[in-house]
Design a protein around this ligand. Sequence first.
Ligand code: SF4
Length: 491
Amino acid sequence: MTEKLDPWSSSEINDYSKLFEEFGISPFDNVLPEIPSPHMYMRRRVIFGHRDYEQIAEAMRTGAPFSVMDGFMPSGKVHLGHKMVMDQIIWHQQMGASSFVGIADREAFSVRGFSWQKCREIGVEEYILSLIALGFKPDGLIYFQSGCDSVKDLAFELGVKVNFSELSAIYGFSGETNLSHMISVATQAADILQPQLEEFGGPKPVVVPVGPDQDPHLRLTRGLAGKMSMFRVEERENANGEKYLSVRGKGAPKQALQELKKRIPGKVKLYEEHIDVLQIPDYAFLERFSLQISQPEKREYFMTQIQEIAKFANEAKPPEFLDYEKYFVFRRVWKIIRKILEEVVAEVSAEFEGYAFIPPASTYHRFMSGLQGGKMSSSVPDSYIALTDDPKEGAKKVKRAKTGGCVTLDEQKKLGGKPDECSVFELMLFHLLGDDEELLEIRQECVSGTRMCGSCKQLAAEKMYEFLKDHQEKRELAREQLDEYKIIYKK
Ligand code: SF4
């Protein structure tokens, strides 16, 4: 039997992709080649979609500042599903992101009715210890929402830009929804935007790795990022089909528009409420333009980009350089102009209004299914493996898990198994086997009927035992290291 074109395939991904078309989520495959040494979840298509991840990939390649942000509601046991998110936070941190982890105790208080004390206990005992044990470094920030003034203030300010009808449309809130629940939603938006506050270095790309169920938060927050910024940059086309960039600012003060005009070299037109950047300029223009960015790291980042493009353009033939639609160089130049413009616009917005946010990027990963098939459920302990499960019990759960094998060995030899419907294969794919080759071999042997479920279960159970044992030892070390971490608790 020949290997499928997509070795990691799962029908689930197609379902998600369809689901997300209407929300403008792009397939992760598009951005994968731009990522230096992609994470295992990316290579294996466990992460299948993204929004605006190009800017994160670019920051990783060039060393420009970027952040990763995620949150955990302290509601129960930390399990392998949470590990997936933690793995992604830690990987981005290793790739250079400033890292933010919020413990969503406001949400647990309002939705679950937990006391602050209980939230703190669960937050530390379950989530923070495992996060550190998995490799989170002390230069990241961990905070409980209830203790973080900047998040609480920002949540309140964001609240001005969203009303009950919008929240109802996104979250299905009704007249019964309590006010604290609504505040906790605004707090999550504040969590996501916090890395872009001045005290953390100002506007920058931020990625939030999530499962598809969290997308409403991203949609709300991206909308709020736009509403909090005075200007937005749009790509437009004139009657001759020529593209140009337009900066629009509804109700923006004239001085802000004038300040922008001053800082954009070349041909611009200033209107009542917007300015148009009409010219596709040369490199000298780009260099002059990027000098308008006040933060040295960002300025340096754009200068490097411009030099790279200039080098490439020198080697390209003139027609290639001139055709916007077809050729790489011109598209890159255009992208750079847009980005510099966004930076300058963000800086001017911040000068005049105090805030400027770039809409956050996001990645979307597949859910882990329950060990017995169907969904994982916190009320069914056999459906998931907690990171604090006794290692022997964890191994037993693997042995009891549902596989994609046939009823009899003879049938399996004849027909092969179904790794895409197998919880044991999923455990190896998501967590237990780091070696792509080995995993592909198992998959191949399964579909061709030369592998039996017993050997997979044995292997996965051993690996699970080892992982849990090692992780729990690291959790105890993490307990001793807690003081080395920046953790903001409720006062
Ligand atoms: Fe799953 Fe392995 Fe059985 Fe295939 S052989 S269905 S991968 S347990």
